[in-house]
Each structure stands twice: as structure tokens, then as C-alpha cells.
Ligand binder design. Structure first.
Ligand code: ATP
Ligand code: MG
Ligand code: MG
Length: 536
């Protein structure tokens, strides 16, 4: 682990390069408050924090709030909370909207310098012209004309709405990102969640990002490399405005198979009620994967291990869940649950079988005594799962886990189904090498087991990698939630929401809902362990 950590550190040094100096590095994580953070954002946030700390510099959390149509206070609050959960704390927090005055003045500066012009070319035509390298008919308007039109835009009037402001970079640069990008737009109808109705025009990301990075003292702007084509326009803005340059470092997006990592698309699922909310366990949001049983430690380790590589990584969920399981296994307590369907009633006889049910302490985890003991009920009436009972033969010795060996005396069946079994204690026989190990629960009336729902999930979409042109509608998994009923040992009723456990021979689960007075059962969600793919 140490070796891996130092190898990682080495590649990170290489990544920031020579000009990065201790104490002088300033990075920023700039989420748009238009949704909840997902695991891709976690990568960006963790890398930014990593570099800030490593170079003893500063991390800025900046809300990139330039589009009032999509942004909400609710999302800001959730982002702050989720960052805190991941141990990410900025040295300062800011908003792009804090700079609306400066941005506006700088836009006017560009107009006055002849480096920006107002355009009323309709959107589709503008797109076509940019594709084909054709100049807008407004490209050579005078400074006065542009000033008047930008002023009109700023009022949000019907006339103003027809216009946008474009940087005068290039008509036909082979890099299409350089073809006069839009830098200001009118948005007169939706109040901004912080600035209210003060502004009718808003800067675009392409303009606001370099300007605010520079004004805030950012030295290293980490961006995902799908923005690489936009690096020259970023530099252009700063140069034309005479602002301090910023180093751009790009890294590959983190993607996962069968997963949408776009707030817009996740919002689509929320709006249609296909999920219960942004924290649905099927969602790749920080809240979603935590509800599914992923630990913060796992997210951090996983992201630092994948590092700032340039490749767009299309991860299998298996790899991160396998790591999660490794972290959970030694520390989560173990309990017993049985599939409630067709339970098999067994009666135990012979030496050492208590005539009355009795409580005995049993370690919650045989290899981790720190977890302490649980109370297991031992008695002559026990229940087994149908699936186990089916494999037994009369005369065979089997092992009741955490108890001992017993001999199968008689099996009573109804057709294929095992109804009951008479077992005889063989506790002195300590040979467990070849015996079938079976989970069991006492069926004492006095010490009842707990009824629970076990829930498992499938991917929301059926295609490993959706292309931009694919319609999500065409790739929806018909059923994504699978509930089974089970009974669990009485200790389980004391667990709290968010507690991860192992059900022996079943796997890992996390408590999603405790039992309610209204009679609603406890709900436990299966934590994927990287072995059994959830896809049915
Ligand atoms: P989304 O499409 O999910 O809204 P975004 O990039 O538009 O993603 P922002 O809130 O603008 O969302 O992103 C904040 C930061 O997170 C940006 O620096 C962005 O590059 C980074 N980021 C977003 N998605 C990923 C990802 N899948 N992998 C790595 N970094 C990401
Ligand atoms: Mg964005
Ligand atoms: Mg996006």
C-alpha cells in the first residue's frame, strides 16, 4: 500500500509540473449548482483538494452559477454537505455570480477593444455558420453599434432578447471552439437564486471561467479533457483582457458502464419518477452510492488510485465495489437472514439441545473480536432455508453454523418441497471439513425473528455506453428494483439506518429503513460486492 501511495505521489508531481511551487498553488472545484454531486464530480473535487494540500496551497470551492434556469439553493446546500462528507473543505467558497459586475465591465472592455460584437443571427443559422466557417453579417459592426445592442440586451427587452454577445476570435479556425464563441446571453425571465432580478444578461462558462479563475488567483485550473479544444479560447480571453494567465491541467473524465453521469440526465430520471430522488441507490450520486453501501473511504481510495490519467476511463462498477467489499468485510458485523419463502421447520433432539430456548453470546465477527457479541437464540425448534434443505439427504451430517454438527434423521416432503426435517445433535463430532454449512434461526415464539425486506437493484439503463444521439427512453431497464422477504435474527432490529452488515452466506447489506410503528418492515439494501453482477 505504501509503495502504491508513493508511486501515485510521484505521478502526481509529474502531473502538476515544474512551475507548481509549494505554498503558491491555488486550485478550484467549480460545480454548477444544478444537481447533486456524482462520482465523477468526486474525482474532480478529490484531485483539486489533493493538489492544493500536496503543494500546501489553497482550494477554492466555486459555485459556477451563471444559468438561473438550472440552478437552485437546494443544490448548493447538498453540494457543500456532500463535499464535507468526503472530507473536502475549501479554504474559501465563492460564486461566479460574485463577479457579475466585473464580468460585465470586462465584456464592455472587449467590445470597446473591438474584440466582441453583438449578434442576432438565429441559433440554427449561427451553428451552421460556425460549422462552415462563415462570418456573421454582424461581425464587422462598429463599437457604437455593439455598445448600443449590448445595452439593449442588458434590459432584457424583446429587442434585446434577439441578441447575444460573441468574442471576435476567428471565423474559420480549424479548432471550432475558436469560432467566435458566445460570451453573454440574455436570460430575462428566471430570477437568479442569489442575484435575483438584477441581471438580464449572463456570462457563458467560456467567458466566466477564465476570467474568474484569473481574478481569484487560481494557478492551476484542472479541467476534464473534453474541454481541451477550448483551452486556446480560455487563453485568448485572458490575453485580450490583460489578465494573469492560469495553467490549465486536464484529466480524463471518470465514467462508469451502464451509468449516466450528467446532472441533466439524472434530473430527467428524477422528474419522471423513475427513481425515488437524487439519493436513490440506483443513482451514481454520492448520496445514491452511499445509500447502496459505498463508503467514503472507498470513493477516496478508488479515485486516488485511478489518478489524474488522461484517458477517459470507462470503469466497471465491479472494480469499485470489490474495493468497497475489502474495506467492509473486516469491520461489519455478521448476522443471519433466511429467505422467508418455503422455510423448513426442523426439530432437534439429542444431547446438548436446550429444552427451552436460551440466549447465548456469539461474536458478531469471528475474526474481529472488537465488534463484540450478539445474542443468538438456541433451541430445539429451528428454521432452515428451502434452498439448503433441498440438498440434504437422510443420514447425512450437516453443520448448523455457530452451533455444531447435526445428523439429518428424516426429511418430510410435499412433492418437491421440503416441509420439515428431524435433526439429531452430533455436537461431539467436530469434523467440519466435508459438512454442508447451513444458516439457521431459532423459531422460538418467545424470541421472534425480525421480518425484513431485502432489496437489490439493477442498472437503470440497458446499454453499457449511451451515445449522445441515443435516446434514454429506448434503453430503460424494465425492472430495476427487486424485493424479497426474509426473516433475520433479533439483533438486526437494533440496527440503525446507514449501518452496513453481512448476512452470513448471503452477502453485504445496508440498513435503508428501520421498522416503523405503522408496521412497515425494516429494509436492507444489498451492497454489491463486485462478484455477482447485479444485472439479471
Ligand atoms: P454534469 O454533466 O454532470 O452536469 P458538469 O461537468 O457539467 O457535469 P459541473 O458541476 O460543471 O458539472 O462540474 C464540476 C466539475 O466536475 C468540473 O470541473 C467538471 O469537469 C468535473 N466533472 C464533471 N463530471 C466529471 C466526470 N465524469 N469525471 C471527472 N470530472 C468530472
Ligand atoms: Mg458544467
Ligand atoms: Mg454537463
Amino acid at each position: 500500500n505504501k509503495a502504491r501511495a508513493s508511486k501515485q505521489a510521484a505521478s502526481f508531481d509529474l502531473f502538476l509540473g515544474d512551475e507548481a511551487k509549494k505554498g503558491e498553488v491555488v486550485t478550484r472545484f467549480p460545480p454548477e449548482p444544478s444537481g447533486y454531486l456524482h462520482v465523477g464530480h468526486a474525482k474532480a473535487a478529490i484531485l483539486n483538494q489533493y493538489f492544493a494540500r500536496r503543494y500546501e496551497g489553497k482550494l477554492i470551492i466555486r459555485f459556477d452559477d451563471t444559468n438561473p434556469n438550472k440552478e437552485k439553493e437546494e443544490f448548493e446546500d447538498s453540494i457543500i454537505e456532500d463535499l464535507e462528507l468526503m472530507g473536502i473543505k475549501g479554504d474559501s467558497t465563492s460564486h461566479t455570480s460574485d463577479y457579475f459586475d466585473e464580468l460585465y465591465k470586462l465584456a464592455i472592455q472587449l467590445i470597446k477593444q473591438g474584440d466582441a460584437y453583438a449578434d442576432d443571427t438565429i441559433q440554427e443559422e449561427m451553428r451552421a455558420q460556425r460549422m462552415d466557417g462563415i462570418a456573421s453579417k454582424r461581425r464587422d459592426s462598429t463599437v457604437e453599434e455593439n455598445m448600443t445592442r449590448f445595452a439593449e440586451m442588458s434590459t432584457g427587452s424583446d429587442e434585446g432578447r434577439k441578441w447575444c454577445l460573441r468574442a471576435k476570435m476567428s471565423v474559420d479556425n480549424p479548432n471550432k471552439a475558436m469560432r467566435d464563441p458566445v460570451i453573454y446571453r440574455v436570460n430575462a425571465d428566471t430570477p437568479h437564486h442569489r442575484a435575483g432580478t438584477t441581471w438580464k444578461v449572463y456570462p457563458t462558462y467560456d467567458f466566466a471561467c477564465p476570467v474568474v479563475d484569473s481574478l481569484e488567483g487560481v494557478t492551476h485550473a484542472l479541467r476534464t479533457n473534453e474541454y481541451r479544444d477550448r483551452n486556446p479560447q480560455y487563453a485568448w480571453m485572458l490575453e485580450k483582457l490583460g489578465l494573469r494567465n492560469v495553467n490549465i491541467w486536464d484529466f480524463g473524465r471518470l465514467n462508469f458502464v451502464y451509468t449516466l453521469l450528467s446532472k441533466r440526465k439524472l434530473q430527467w430520471f428524477v422528474d419522471r419518477g423513475f427513481v425515488s430522488g437524487w439519493d436513490d441507490p440506483r443513482f451514481p450520486t454520492i448520496r445514491g452510492i452511499r445509500r447502496r453501501g459505498m463508503t467514503i473511504d472507498c470513493i477516496q481510495q478508488f479515485i486516488l488510485a485511478t489518478g489524474p490519467s488522461q484517458q477517459v476511463i470507462n470503469m466497471e462498477w465491479d472494480s469499485i465495489w470489490t474495493l468497497n467489499k475489502k474495506l467492509l468485510d473486516p469491520v461489519v458485523p455478521r448476522y443471519t437472514a433466511l429467505d422467508e419463502k418455503d422455510l423448513v421447520k426442523c426439530t432437534l433432539s439429542g444431547a446438548g439441545v436446550p429444552s427451552q430456548p436460551e440466549d447465548r453470546p456469539v461474536p458478531k465477527h469471528k475474526k474481529n473480536p472488537e465488534l463484540g457479541d450478539k445474542v443468538t437464540v438456541f433451541g430445539k425448534d429451528v428454521l432452515l432455508e428451502q434452498a439448503d434443505a433441498k440438498t440434504f439427504e437422510e443420514g447425512e451430517v450437516i453443520t448448523l453454523m455457530d452451533w455444531g454438527n447435526v445428523k439429518v434423521k428424516t426429511i418430510s416432503k410435499n412433492g418437491d418441497k421440503v416441509e420439515s426435517i428431524a435433526l439429531e445433535a452430533d455436537f461431539d463430532n467436530k469434523d467440519f471439513k466435508k459438512t454442508k454449512k447451513t444458516t439457521w434461526l431459532s423459531s422460538s415464539e418467545a424470541r421472534p425473528s425480525v421480518k425484513v425486506h431485502l432489496v437489490d437493484y439493477d442498472y437503470l439503463i440497458t446499454k453499457a455506453k449511451l451515445e449522445e444521439e441515443d435516446k434514454v427512453d429506448d434503453f430503460l431497464t424494465p425492472q430495476t428494483e427487486f424485493k424479497t422477504e426474509a426473516i433475520a435474527d433479533g439483533n438486526v432490529s437494533q440496527l440503525e439506518r446507514g449501518q452496513a452488515i453481512q448476512f452470513e452466506r448471503k452477502g453485504y447489506f445496508i440498513v435503508d429503513q428501520v421498522a416503523k410503528d405503522s408496521g412497515e418492515k425494516m429494509i436492507l439494501v444489498r451492497i454489491p460486492d463486485g462478484k455477482v453482477e447485479t444485472t439479471k
